[in-house]
Design a protein around this ligand. Sequence first.
Ligand code: UGA
Length: 440
Amino acid sequence: MRLTVIGTGYLGATHAICMAVMGHDVLGVDVDTTKIEKLASGQVPFFEPGLPELLSKALDSGRLRFTTSFAEAGAFGDVHFICVGTPQQADSEAADLTYVDAAVTVLAPYLRRRTLVVGKSTVPVGTAARLAGLLRELAPAGDEAELAWNPEFLREGFAVDDTMRPDRLVFGVTSAWAEERLRDAFEPVLAQDVPVKVTDLQTAELVKVAANSFLATKISYINAMAEICEATGADVHDLAEALAYDDRIGGRFLRPGLGFGGGCLPKDIRAFAYRAEELGVGQAVGFLREIDGINRRRRARTVDLVVEICGGDVAGKRVAALGAAFKPNSDDIRDAPALDVAERLRAAGATVVVYDPAALESARRAHPGLEYSTSALDAARGADVVVLLTEWNEFREIEPSAMAAVVRHRKIVDGRHALDPAGWRAAGWEYRALGRPTVA
Ligand code: UGA
């Protein structure tokens, strides 16, 4: 099949590369010339394990090309996937649909034969129906240019696996023809017995935001329990483990700590709450604002704990911040809890030295007031306190005695519950983590 993928950011680049590897002829389209040139020359513009190798493979096979021309895209594709971003608006909690609207508006005039346009971006429910109308109006093919919705559930750091072997596929369609086209496009995935849910457009849009809201709720739930543990001396780590043995609850996304960040969960729950209010059913998901509030409090409480362990004031103190990315195996710093905490400590007068295995460059550009080191030990040199903010495996492997030899004071705040408290305490460290007893 001939597929175009419009928008070659995180989602689009991964989708285009994987679809080409699965045997389709794929054209990646973007308005950003630099991005297109990079991809065409075999460079993935972000950190994603396994993706650079697949990009080379796809380019070598001749099945993947890139362009900035929508005219070329319109003529080429049997199916067009829209993978552009829907960030939070600058002055409201609503999703910014500028890029999705632009993609459809610019592509439509080039659609002269029967074609399927498939939205993958995360959008407020109701967007697909509106875009379907826009497409009919603007495409020379008229009613023959159909719209479908196919939400994407990939996680950064696992993007290749999640695309090649997703938990499920969701097809929001308005005709049997559209369903058939999608089944053809995803044939290699469906051949692995991946379940597919075929539904209407609005349900397909909702599956995505409902899933991300559920995940955010699960994380904030355990972090709310951490607050209770902090007030009672109970241990949220043990609590989470004990809850997880119940299959109905399960342990995934039940890791307490600094909470969620990134380009998806925070903005998706806000946009969902906003959209529900627009629809007059805001009360139904009013709890999402509480979920957001619990999540924001984690950052403030982590800062408070660092201040406390420093004796009530961090002014003039040297803080080693381990981690900048919003989660491990990623260089993404969008709404990163780690950098938020680092900036708050700096605002309180501390000198904050950051180390991250993948996100140093982007962090340095976005947060020039922080200092940076090229290793965890280097960042910890002379530190009054070490704060673990992103749970990279590399940090789990730090030898407490090796780090003890370079710091000024052996004090560590484990913002992600990633370290073994007993091992660190045995090496003479004052180990603290929110929701865990002060002394084991
Ligand atoms: C999330 C969803 O997991 C994907 O299914 C979805 O496709 C994606 O958003 C999206 O909408 O595009 P992602 O943002 O890559 O994926 O990251 P997650 O792995 O979900 O982690 C989100 C945040 O939650 C991270 O900051 C992580 O550190 C935090 N987290 C996760 C916890 O604090 N505790 C946990 O138990 C799990």
